[in-house]
Each structure stands twice: as structure tokens, then as C-alpha cells.
Write a protein that binds this ligand. Sequence first.
Ligand code: ADP
Ligand code: MG
Length: 535
Amino acid sequence: AYSNFGNNRGKSAFFNDRGNANRGSELFSASNTGINFEKYDDIPVEATGQNCPHHIENFQDVDMGEIVMGNIGLSRYTRPTPVQKYAIPIVKSKRDLMACAQTGSGKTAAFLLPILSQIYCEGPGEALNAAKENGKYGRRKQYPISLVLAPTRELALQIYDEARKFSYRSRVRPCVVYGGADIGQQIRDLERGCHLLVATPGRLVDMIERGKIGLDYCNYLVLDEADRMLDMGFEPQIRRIVEQDTMPHKGIRQTMMFSATFPKEIQILARDFLEEYIFLAVGRVGSTSENITQKVVWVEESDKRSFLLDLLSATGETDSLTLVFVETKKGADALEDFLYREGYACTSIHGDRSQRDREEALSQFRSGKCPILVATAVAARGLDISNVKHVINFDLPSDIEEYVHRIGRTGRVGNLGLATSFFNDKNGNITKDLLDILVEAKQEVPSWLESLAYEHQHKSSNRGRSKRFSGGFGARDYRQTAAGGNAGGFGGRGGRNQAGHGGNRGFGGGGFGNFYTSDGYGGNYSHSQVDWWGN
Ligand code: ADP
Ligand code: MG
């Protein structure tokens, strides 16, 4: 059943051009050590939508072909993560997918494995001829079979690296294009063949307009971290790419969207881009699980530096990575200088650093050469830095979603982690939400935080409740809420800010009742006693 497009000969033309004897070992060198899968396995997943394919328990449960199975083995993935258990059979059975899962849950492989398996199975088809025809006239336009859109260069590179792993020994050639790097070099790389393209939206539009990429035969479209892409203002570019070019229409192509959250804007995008999709809600690790120990300490602005030094010297071990978040680019530079002068091997990543500097910083951090990374939130978003032991919020963010993202850098895929946040007068606006998170994750709550939150609530009683952090999932399938069921009814959003109205009507299932709503301290947290697996 598997065409020679994914043959196992190891010496195809596509393979040789990046060939070096060590390619395999270089590709698969990063290890996934210390993964605490027993804990991770418990994460609840809920799939909704018509005729949802059954989930798998093992990679072997679905036929993905020799190449994919071999590369899973080389990657030392022994078992699928929860999102993979569901997404793989859904994608394999050619269904569209909207998946809400937080970072670190294994989404990349959840789409790459089944897509590559399908490509190997079905071969390049028309795309190959089109590229050949085109090449005759010296235009060298490439027609990728699969497109993965990602918000940042770092994330695109990460997905690309995974794609290289999983396409090892096949004839599928992945490419990556992103802004801030030499476009000429990227074009030359594309011209060597491109079957799976990972791209940031802006640079891809540029490539399309230069006639270097044609999406005419793009049968698999993935939007990774879709919420983040919209936050970054990429919607026009995304619509330009998906709707106003030559890409096959929805229902003809297969489309997968991944997002940590499911706000209204993403629901609309899902409605526009997806056909009869399956909605996957994957329970949140990190903030809800006890994988991360969260500490909040009161530190005045002027004491932050010395407090940080104390924390760092307490960490001790050299092989553990510490990620320090600050609010501004200037703050990042200043803190890096300070730590450097104090004798710490550290580096930084923020929007004002060049692409090369950012990549360099990231690799020095990952390798442990600089075990301390000072970062702004934007720069660190979505990065898979797998063995961070300690996340320090030198400056707390103003919204709780950002907090959850940040602390999600530690405790990844079931590892244990620590998150310490410096809190002072400036952070009043996050008090209530932070308290909710701590309670939900069964963390120790400082009594001063509790009283602050109480005061704060009384000052702004009309504020409504925090949106989605009262339940185990990041989001709900809006189609199943009362409001979502009405034609075009995006307005209701199942109980957002509707505490006390019993939000999420029409979603009667045991234990699923209180995703967006809760009513006061500790009132609705008993849901965590629900045994999702029914055993
Ligand atoms: P997400 O996109 O959800 O943030 P990633 O796809 O970046 O998560 O995966 C996080 C980390 O977990 C990566 O280092 C990846 O290699 C690893 N990983 C993913 N799936 C598995 C698995 N089934 N077994 C072991 N490690 C895995
Ligand atoms: Mg990801």
C-alpha cells in the first residue's frame, strides 16, 4: 500500500542532498529523558464531532507504514501522548481536526506522523508533475503537498527539525521558510525540492508572490498555535494563503488546527477553514497537574535582583536549566548583564536580538552551556525547551494566560518542575486569577495573596470570572454549547463571564459542567475528583 515515495532505500535523490554519514545520529540525538509518562497518561481527552474515529493506545494500533514506525523508534517515542492517541487516527482517517492542547503535549508529532504516513502512502501525485513541468521553463516553483503554518521562526524551525526526523529515509523533503533570514538562501533550498513546507505566514506570502511556492496541490494544511498567530496579527496573511490563493478548498484538502485556547476568533477561523471537523480538548498538564510546584513570593521591585541571586545559588546543580521571564527587552538585556557580572553563564532571547543571536542563545541554553536564559514572553512562546527545571517570573505578566504559558516551560511532558514568581504592588491585576490557578493545581497559597484577592474582588465586583481556568480543559467545542448550536451563534461562548448562570448549558456530561465558570474560592474545584477514564 505504501508507494515508493516513501521507499526505504535510503539513497534517493531527495535524501542525498542533505546527506552526510551522520545524518541519522545527528537527527535523533536529542533525547527524551526523564519523561514521567505515568502521570502524563492520566490527562483526559475529549473528542466531539460526528463519527469520531476511535483513539489508539499504541503507535502500532494504526498502520503508518514502515518508515514512520522506524522513525518513531529512532526518536525513542515508546507510547503516544494523549493528543497523539486521538489525533493520529483522526488524521489517518482523513478527517479535519481542531485540537486544543497546551504546549508540551506532543502536538507536533500528532500531526506530522499521520500526514507523512499519508504522503508516503499516496505518493506525490500531481505535485511532482507540476514541479517538473514548471522546471522545464526555468521557473522552479515548488508545490508542497503539505503546509504547516507557525507563528514564530523558532517554532517553525522546531517543527522543521521534527519533520526531518520523521521523514528520515523517505523521499519527502521538508523545507522551512521564515522572516528575518536570508531569503535567497531559503529560495535555493526550496529549489532543491519541497514536499512539506513549514512557514511563518509573512515569509510564505512573500514566497508565493515571488512565484516560488504554489499551493495548488497542498492536500494537508496545519495551523499550529493558531491563537498565537492571531495574537500576532497574522490573520490577513493566513486568509491570503488559505482563501485567496490556489490552495485546494476545504473539504478537498485536509486541515488541522492546533491552539492552546479556543476564543471566538479561533472558532470563526475553524468554521471557515475546517469541514465537519473533530474537536479535541486535551486536559491541561502543567498548571492543573501537580507536575509543577508553583511558588509566589512577595518581592519589592528593588529587591528582585538580590532575591534572584539567592534563588540561583540555591538551585546549585549545573545540569538544570533556569528560564527567567522579564517584561521588557531592555529589562532582559539589563538582567543578562547583571547576571553575567555576577559570574553566571547566561544568555537572553528577546525581539530586538537578531535571528542569529536568538538561535545561538537558544542552542547555548539547550546544551547547558548557558544554563540561565533571560527571556521576554514573546520570544519564548511555544519553544520546546524540554528540561527546564525552574521558571522564574522576575516580572509577572498582566494576564493569567501568559502566566500559564510561561510556567508550562517547565514540567514538560510529565517532568517535574518548579515555577517561582515575584509578586508586588504592581501585580494587582493578576491576583484573583493567580489565586484560582494555585488553588486549582493544589498549590500552597500565601495568605497575603488570598487577602489581596479578596480586596481586589470587592473593588471590581463586576469583572466577571476568569474564563477557562476552572476546569481541566483549555476549551470547549463551541458547537456543543447552547449558543454555539444556533446558526452562527458565536456570541454566547458557553458561559464566559456568566458565573452563576450555570454556563455551558446543553453540556450535561458528568464532570464537564464547569469549564468556564466557578463561583468563589474553592467552590467548584471538586471536579478534579472526577475519574475521567471511568476506572
Ligand atoms: P507541543 O507542540 O504540544 O508543545 P511538542 O510537539 O513540541 O509539544 O513536544 C514536546 C516534546 O515532547 C518534544 O521534545 C517531543 O520530541 C516530545 N515528545 C512528543 N511526543 C512524544 C512521545 N510520544 N514520546 C516521547 N516524547 C515525545
Ligand atoms: Mg507545538
